[in-house]
Write a protein that binds this ligand. Sequence first.
Ligand code: MFK
Length: 537
Amino acid sequence: MSEFFQAGPVLRNQFDDDELLKSYLNEKLPTKVKKEITDDLKRFGDRVVSDVLEMAKSAEANPPQLQQFDAWGNRIDKVVVDKGWTDLHKVSAEEQIVKLGYERKYGPHSRIVQFAKLYLFHPSSAFYSCPLAMTDGAAKLLELYGGEAFKKTFNHLTSDKPDQFWTSGQWMTERAGGSDVSNSETIARKINGEWRLFGTKWFTSAITSEMSMALARIEESDGTTVKGSRGLSLFYIEINKPDGSLNNIEVLRLKDKLGTKALPTAELKLVGTKATLVGNVGEGVKQISSMFNVTRLYNSVTSIAAFRRILTLATDYSSKRKAFDKVIGQHPLTASLLKNANADFQACFHFTFLIAEIFGNEEVFEVNNSLNLNREDLNRILRLLTPVLKLYTAKRTVQWTSELLEVFGGVGYIEDSGIPTLYRDSQVFSIWEGTTNVLSLDLLRALKKDQSWPLLVQFLNAELSRTTDSDSKKQVEAELKKLNEWVMATYKLGDEGLEAEAREMAFKIGNLVSAVSWLRGESVDYELLKIFMKKHF
Ligand code: MFK
């Protein structure tokens, strides 16, 4: 009698297999753009389950190592990475993951096309998406504040030539200032007419990058500094000197993280690191926020991509694994679990791509844009919804990755199934680029500063008026009215009361915006939308 061996889940072409992505792009993009990109996405959909996935597996299996000394005792602080990791750098350049956002050859649709590609890439990239997020953020920052002086650097960040393509770090977090960046201690001192940085950076991902943006406090000639975040300025750093040695940087250690094992994240000591001031003195936090608003959007795109990967694997597996006389996907309880996961996934997908659409429209502004908003209002909505999106998609992905792991039973808990990597990696989404609480407070900050709540309500009502299904539309309209009343009542609680409700507010807004963005589509899966609304409204 032959022994039984369970067939594992299989990943097919990740573009062909993704009905939601295909129908979304089909509805959103002009015919000309669709014609240009479809074959490329199809080709890439195949690559991310073949050679690219192998690179990621290799990088994951061989995490970076720090060689602090050479054989003769010289301090070298060399971070050695797997060939898979360097190959992923080449793939990122060739596939134009960053370039697509800046070449803007698809006009206001460029960000949608770029993020569709990132979404395919991320779950097979061993988190190479993290350096790409910071690279895109740095390109945005230099585009806004760098001017001609940084044109060459900008060209490196947006190149599609592997030997020209640079990635960037974002050195913000310090021991004294994680969420509260205003406590940063790094000092910038002018020595012989050049800026030199001194201090310790506590979390610096992608240390193998060519450059970084860093915050530091300028020290006057009398040794004084301005305290708080208004004392922080922004600096550009090239990580290596022309001879290849580090730019007066010591790598204290590599972080032993819960997940994202292939990604080199280090603690650094800056010991007179040569740097160039970017933009205005004392406006570092404001300027770097243009970078972390991009990285927060990357966080969401990669988060929904990771969500989809485990959902795809769990769905495939549940069509194969038999228990109690039928495949588990046919048992009502598993079928319901998968539908619930899919409902939350589709909500996150639509919310994410709505923000991508707004971002693209803000960057390539046209008066008759798809959102019917002027540029200032596009910016205000982006400012308000980016923190909500980030915290919302991150939390859903963390929760569902844990839940969906169970579909695989014991094998989901075993390393070489690959599922534990997805589980560990998912946890970073709600920490990377700001925790759920910090982002909830950021929502309050945006609401206060921009007074944009009425604008959001008006925008959501306008979007709803374009939808066709009257039942769902009525329900979401009623929910929006309820939310508006709840927000007004919560405002009356005063600052402390409002802060205590900030998280609740963020998730309520997240649910609502997800439903509205979902309803904007032409081919809505109403069964899933109803499941979503029943659960979250
Ligand atoms: C991928 C795997 C990674 C591996 C492991 C990684 C583990 C995690 C490692 C990390 O450390 S990730 C980084 C986590 N840290 C953060 O994301 C920072 C979180 N903190 C915040 O976001 C704070 O809200 C912030 C630092 C921005 C608050 O600082 P302040 O000192 O209270 O600033 P303030 O006064 O609110 O804002 C200063 C200026 O910036 C203002 O402009 P004005 O001067 O014109 O008034 C603000 O309007 C502006 N600003 C702040 N946040 C903004 C913004 N502008 C646009 N968008 C924003 N989000």
